[in-house]
Ligand binder design. Structure first.
Ligand code: HEC
Length: 136
């Protein structure tokens, strides 16, 4: 009787695929908050949007909970809807209000620091929101 084996394979293979799917690297599948989104915030946003610092628009990006709380204009992230999420709109050209993020510091201290997010970074934010904006 092979029924047992079929059942076993039916259970093991999807869960194995599920495990593989969880270890996302940029470029394949949905990015995760800790591995892909947070490093972007640390590099480009936290100099301003940290709870303990200047923190413009009351938007703190120190962790998932604070991000989901949003800022002055309400929710920064609408799970599943990158096009409606302020987090995405503000890093693109023509934001709905104010400046494109990351805001350019008045005095540029280092020339080699990129001023805008790369296409890949914007894609990471979009894909993560599309996949549900989870604290993963
Ligand atoms: C040099 C400081 C600075 C940096 C760096 C910066 N911001 Fe901002 N951010 C601001 C200021 C000032 C405002 C308020 C004015 C505006 O909206 O243009 C703001 C507003 C925002 C808002 C609107 C929040 C609300 O509810 O009104 C979002 C979203 C945002 N920033 C996201 C980001 C992201 C994402 C990054 C990193 C990619 C980033 N910012 C980097 C200064 C900064």
């Amino acid at each position: 009787m092979n029924v047992r084996r079929v059942v076993l394979v039916g259970l093991v293979v999807p869960s194995f695929l599920g495990l593989v799917g969880m270890q996302k690297t940029p470029g394949e599948g949905a990015p995760t908050f800790k591995a892909n989104v947070m490093p972007i915030f640390e590099k480009y946003c936290l100099p301003c949007h940290a709870e303990e610092s200047f923190n413009p628009s009351a938007l703190s990006l120190d962790d998932h909970a604070l991000l989901m709380k949003g800022g002055e204009h309400g929710a920064a992230v609408v799970p599943g809807k990158p096009e409606e999420s302020l987090l995405v709109k503000k890093v693109r050209a023509d934001p709905p209000f104010g400046e494109r993020m990351p805001m350019r510091p008045k005095r540029r201290k280092s020339v080699d620091r990129p001023v805008q997010l790369s296409e890949e970074d914007v894609r990471v934010l979009q894909e993560w929101i599309k996949a549900g904006a989870k604290n993963d």
